[in-house]
Design a protein around this ligand. Structure first.
Ligand code: PMP
Length: 392
């Protein structure tokens, strides 16, 4: 808006007057989309879609386009089958198509969950810092958000601390994020079990957007689904699948919970091309996931190199690294940008987050950080970083 919203008679004033009072003054989600040589700020994959998949998608889309006079399959049946086949292969879990729900990115399936189980008069709990859209989705859909706490300094969340907070706030929804964005670490499994027990009236959502990057031995919450009808695991094709532009996220839960989501989704929310593109991509899952090991190696290289520079990287199970030990995180962010490297200022004092890109992009980032480290390092590192804004 260019006008001063305080001036009566202006369009800005009128819109502010008409807007829901609880939305006035809010800022929208806004990771910068800047055209710089090295973009490592939104945890996308740096690898383009392989040519074989481009050709397969284009061939499949030709038939779709002829049939665009008709609405898409409202139940996205073939896509659900493709997702179950993928989960059986990648996570070794046996789920039925009736247990799978999908949307335009996992943000949309998260919104469906809040629409169905949150909403006005209800509370959602998450553990800060975590993915910034969990509170945004909660509050813009009219529910109350409670910022649960992690251990100061380490960002750890123990089962005891999580259970205490879950039982204190009587939430309708609890958001867990594993591996957590922006800190990068997977949750101990006991946290999920403790929260399920401590919040008997809550749907417990485990956001596993980065699950495919987890270090060996990390168990997926998908294995906890049998016998837990209040548990939901959300995933996405935006990260490991290198498919952020395709906009396909999904969740897995009890068929009864999935059925409830039909009450809130807009009819035909997944377009025919979206369903086809995602289905064909899933048929080529091995090819799309081929870069995961390379990305994990770059992540581990970032952790080791930043520690070597005297900075404080947080151990990561994701395709990004949160690192602390900076005197002024925003100044470092700006100097990196001036060097052509875009990373993310997630609003945690003294910390920045960087996505693990290609080996060359990682080299460019580390070269810039090596040049900047001495001037930007905070000595000594703070024990309790203050969290000032949006995360993830
Ligand atoms: N969950 C987490 C933890 C994320 O970091 C993101 C994206 N940054 C999402 C969900 C949403 O991703 P998408 O809508 O692209 O699936």
């Amino acid at each position: 808006m260019t006008e001063d919203p305080a001036r009566t008679g202006t369009a800005a004033y009128e819109i502010q007057r008409l807007l829901r009072p609880d939305l006035r003054g809010r800022t929208p989600y806004g990771a910068p989309q800047l055209d710089v040589p090295v973009r490592l700020n939104t945890n996308e994959s740096s690898y383009p879609v392989p040519e074989a998949i481009v050709r397969a998608v284009m061939a499949a889309l030709e038939d779709d386009v002829r049939g665009l006079n008709r609405y898409p399959d409202r139940e996205f049946t073939d896509l659900r089958k493709a997702l179950t086949a993928y989960l059986a292969r990648q996570a070794g879990v046996d789920v039925t198509p009736e247990q799978v729900w999908a949307g335009n990115g996992s943000n949309e399936v998260l919104a469906h969950l809040v629409q169905a189980f949150g909403g006005p008069g209800r509370t959602a709990l998450g553990f800060t810092p975590s993915y910034s859209m969990h509170p945004i989705i909660t509050e813009t859909l009219g529910a109350r958000w409670v910022d649960g706490l992690r251990a100061a300094g380490t960002f750890e969340l123990t089962a005891t601390a999580a259970a205490e907070q879950a039982s204190a706030h009587d939430p309708s929804i609890v958001f867990l994020c594993s591996p957590n964005n922006p800190t990068g670490t997977a949750l101990p499994f006991a946290v999920i079990e403790a929260v399920l027990a401590a919040a008997p009236d809550a749907v417990v959502v485990v956001d596993e957007a980065y699950a495919e990057f987890a270090r060996p031995g990390t168990r997926s919450a998908l294995t906890l689904l049998p016998g837990n009808p209040r548990l939901v695991v959300t995933r996405t094709m935006s990260k490991a699948f290198a498919f952020a532009g395709g906009r396909l996220g999904y969740l897995v839960a009890d068929p009864e919970l999935i059925d409830a989501l039909r009450l809130v989704r807009l009819p035909y929310h997944l377009s025919t091309p979206t369903q086809t593109i995602a289905r064909v991509a899933l048929e080529h899952a091995d090819l799309l996931l081929a870069t995961v090991e390379t990305i994990k190696a770059q992540r581990d290289r970032i952790v080791a190199s930043l520690a070597g520079l005297g900075l404080a990287p947080v151990p990561s199970d994701a395709n990004f690294v949160l690192f602390g030990g900076l005197a002024d995180a925003h100044a470092t962010w700006q100097d990196l940008l001036d060097a052509g490297v875009l990373v993310r200022d997630v609003g945690i004092a003294h910390h920045l987050r960087v996505t693990a890109g290609t080996p060359d992009e990682t080299t460019a980032f580390l070269a810039a950080m090596t040049r900047l480290a001495a001037a930007h390092r905070l000595d000594p590192a703070p024990a309790d970083p203050t969290i000032t804004g949006a995360h993830g």
